[in-house]
Design a protein around this ligand. Sequence first.
Ligand SMILES: Cc1cc2nc3c(=O)[nH]c(=O)nc-3n(C[C@H](O)[C@H](O)[C@H](O)COP(=O)(O)O)c2cc1C
Length: 317
Amino acid sequence: MDGYSDSAFRRVCKLVNPSILTYTEFTSADGIHYNAEKVKRRLQFDASERPILAQVFGKNLATFETAAKVCTDMGFTGIDLNMGCPSKKVVKSEHGVALRKKPDLAYKVIETVARATNLPVSVKTRLGWDNADGLIEFCQGAEAAGADMICIHARTYKVPYRVPAHFDPVYEMKRHVGIPILGNGGIISLQDGLNKLGNLDGFLIGQATFGNPWVFSETGKPPRLQDRLSVMRSHSDWLIESKGEAVGCREIRKHLLSYIKGFEGAKIFRSRLSQVASLAEVMVILDELSTLDFIIDSSIEDAPVELEDTSECATCE
Ligand SMILES: Cc1cc2nc3c(=O)[nH]c(=O)nc-3n(C[C@H](O)[C@H](O)[C@H](O)COP(=O)(O)O)c2cc1C
C-alpha cells in the first residue's frame, strides 16, 4: 500500500506472522525503465519479507518489459500488475484501474511481463468500473494472457472505501477460471478473512494493518500498550535506517500515532510523536511510554484512523 507497506512495515508484519505473502507499494514501470533512483528505492526489500511480490503499474509495454527484468534480477518471488488503483493522478495517466477500460491493452501488459520473466505474474484489480458485469470475462482474458493469480478488491472503481466490499461476484468469477484467486476489501482480522474466504484461495488485508501488524496474528492487537512497544521500536529503527532521519522521521510519525490510538492516557504523547525528528527522540518517548500503564478505550480505538497522508496516490480514494 502506497505510503505504508514499505520494507520496514513489511518486516514488522513478517515479525508478527512469518507465513504471510507481502507486496511492495505500487511502483511505476516507467520510473523503473528510466532508472529513477527514487522509484527503484521503493523496490528494496529484506530477505525476511519473502515471499514478496513487486507491484508495478503503468501502460507502456516497453517499460513493463524492463520492469519485469529488473524485478526478476532483484530476486522477487513474483510480479504483480496493478490494475486497480483509482487515484485521480493514476487514472488520468490511464494507469491502474483505467486499464479495465482497455482490456486488450491490459492483456498485452500481462503477456509482455509473462514473456519477460520466469517468475509468476499476478494481477490486482477491482470488481469493475461501475459494476461487476465484466469481471469473469476480464479474469478469463487475464488468465489466457498468462496471469498466474488474480486478487480482486471487491469494490468497483466508482464506490468509496467506506462502502462495504461485495465478495459474491468474486466467488462467482472463481468458478470460471483455473488460477488462484484472492479476495480483498474491508477484512479486519484473520478470522474475518477466513469467514469471507468461501471458495477463494486467500485474502489480502489492507487498511486494517495501519498501526496493527498484529492483524496477521490469531490473537490480534495486544491490549496493553507496553506489549506493542517492541514492534514500534523495530518499525522505527528499520524505517529510519532505510530512509534516513529526515524522511524516515516524517513517515514514522503517522505509524506511531496509529499504534497508540485508543490509549486515552497517551494523548499527551501524541503531539510529541507527531513531531519526532530523530531516532533517538523516538526511543526516548517509547521508553517513557514503557513506564506507564495505559487503559485502552476501544471506542477511540475502533474509530476510523486519521491519516497524515504521505502516500503518492492520495489515499487511493
Ligand atoms: C493509502 C492507501 C494506499 C494504497 N496503495 C495501494 C497500492 O500501492 N497498491 C494496491 O494494489 N492497492 C493499494 N491500495 C488499495 C489496498 O491495497 C486495498 O485494495 C484497499 O484498501 C481495500 O482493502 P482494505 O479494505 O483491506 O484496505 C491502497 C489503499 C490505501 C488506502
